[in-house]
Design a protein around this ligand. Structure first.
Ligand code: HAM
Length: 423
């Protein structure tokens, strides 16, 4: 291939062999959110840069280092969405969906972050997200956990994931905490890396989120936000945990869990796995009660989560095989059979919606066509030659079962195939 015409590093093609997994997982996710009464929302992939800077936070890895930001032809600064919460909330405000209303929304699509690519971490990746507005929780927080647990159950990966939770308190709680956190880091100034020094006074909470292993021990010793929770925040967190207990959801309180985006308050959580290596968070979210107001809307409580489809699909792949194969392959030998066969394929598609029928194209002798039929993965080959056209029958060859070949009248073929419980 000519140089320069490869896909961009960290941006993957999803090829037909993999698509079966994507379609299967997407379908399961859709069915589950549908069963909770959530509605899909679609918002643009490109937004004004300010939207992300204001919501995710100026002093975060995403906004400082990872956004795909460019000037368009009008000189406006635009950014490829690095996540969905900002765009979803912007759309909700702009279209009057949030004021004095309850909304349960979901979305799915590509997100973009200029991170260092590695297994499970890409520059274009896909998220499935859910956002609920107008509810204070913690019942709705728990609904999101139950919903995600149902995803894992339906996909057969419940034993691959564990839930970690924490509370980030109210903004007042965090303000009190900041003071002590800054004082703690000031005592260890000499051990802070460059990023942490820079963030010390503007966003000290982000130091705790550092991916630098050398910052680990210093972060371990830092004061814990959980010790600064007000009564209200404590009550919310305790009720959240009580409800999780009530529903038999297992979790671990992780006081170091701060999330990498600034908009969170109160409940935060991550579903993590030990099966994926370093990129071990499959799904993450929490409350963001202040965000809608910050974007110019009326104060609106909100909570949401997003899961990384690439990571989820990796987990599903390790558990089960999903393949897309046709049910029936039509082997058509000779001009008359080609004509009659294509016509028959159309009739069968009318009569058997949902059955996948692959009709041989491009000729080939009987042997070559049968080989294609076998390679396609079809259950059954329907063979038509001059003789069959004349007698209005097809020869049925079972490609995956030890059953003798038989002849079926074309007139009865749809009914016959229906009885084979294909698909
Ligand atoms: P996040 O933790 O930044 O949260 O991303 C959510 C999930 O997206 C991660 O747990 C991971 O599975 C996946 N993910 C993130 N970055 C990458 C990447 N570079 N490559 C592959 N997968 C990735 C959010 O985005 C929030 N908007 C979640 C949320 C919704 N909070 C409230 N509502």
């Amino acid at each position: 291939m000519a140089k320069g015409l490869q896909a961009i590093r960290g941006m993957n093609d999803i090829l037909p062999a993999d698509i079966a997994y994507w379609q299967y997982v997407e379908e399961v996710l859709r069915q589950v959110v549908d069963s909770y009464g959530y509605h899909e929302i679609r918002f643009p992939i490109v937004e004004q840069t300010q939207l992300f800077a204001r919501t995710i936070g100026e002093v975060t890895d995403i906004v400082e280092k990872e956004m795909y930001t460019f000037e368009d032809r009008n000189g406006d600064s635009l950014t490829l969405r690095p996540e969905g919460t900002a765009g979803c909330s912007r759309a909700g405000i702009e279209h009057g969906l949030l004021y004095n209303q309850i909304q349960r929304l979901w979305y799915m699509g590509p997100m973009f972050r200029h991170e260092r690519p590695q297994k499970g971490r890409y520059r274009q990746f896909h998220q499935f997200g859910a956002e609920s507005y107008g509810l204070n929780g913690p019942d709705i927080d728990v609904e999101h956990i139950l919903l995600a647990a149902r995803f894992w159950q339906a996909l057969g990966i419940m034993d691959q994931v564990t839930l970690q939770i924490n509370s980030l308190g109210t903004s007042e709680d965090r303000a009190r905490y900041h003071k002590d956190l800054v004082a703690y880091f000031e005592q260890h100034q000499d051990k802070l890396d460059g990023d942490s020094k820079r963030r010390l006074y503007i966003n000290p909470l982000r130091i705790l989120d550092s991916k630098n292993p050398e910052m680990q021990s210093i972060n371990e010793g830092a004061p814990k936000l959980l010790d600064y929770l007000s009564d209200d925040a404590k009550f919310h967190f305790e009720k959240f945990m009580l409800l999780l207990d009530h529903h038999g959801i297992q979790y671990e309180v992780n006081p170091r869990l701060v999330r990498g985006l600034d908009y969170y308050c109160l409940t935060v959580y991550e579903w993590v796995t030990e099966s994926l290596g370093a990129q071990n968070t499959v799904c993450a979210g929490g409350r963001y009660d202040g965000l809608v107001e910050k974007l110019g809307g009326k104060p609106t409580p909100a909570v949401g989560f997003a899961l990384g489809l690439e990571r989820l699909i990796e987990l599903v792949k390790a558990q089960q095989e999903v393949v897309l194969t046709p049910d029936v392959y039509l082997v058509l030998v000779g001009d008359a059979a080609e004509r009659r066969g294509q016509e028959l394929a159309e009739d069968l598609r009318d009569q058997l919606p949902g059955t996948v029928i692959l009709s041989n194209c491009g000729g080939g002798n009987f042997k070559a066509q049968l080989k294609r039929a076998d390679k396609s993965g079809a259950e059954i080959a329907l063979i038509i030659g001059d003789d069959e056209v004349e007698k209005e029958v097809v020869a049925v060859k079972y490609l995956r079962a030890e059953r003798p070949q038989e002849h079926v009248a074309i007139e009865q073929l749809a009914e016959f195939l229906n009885e084979q419980s294909l698909g």
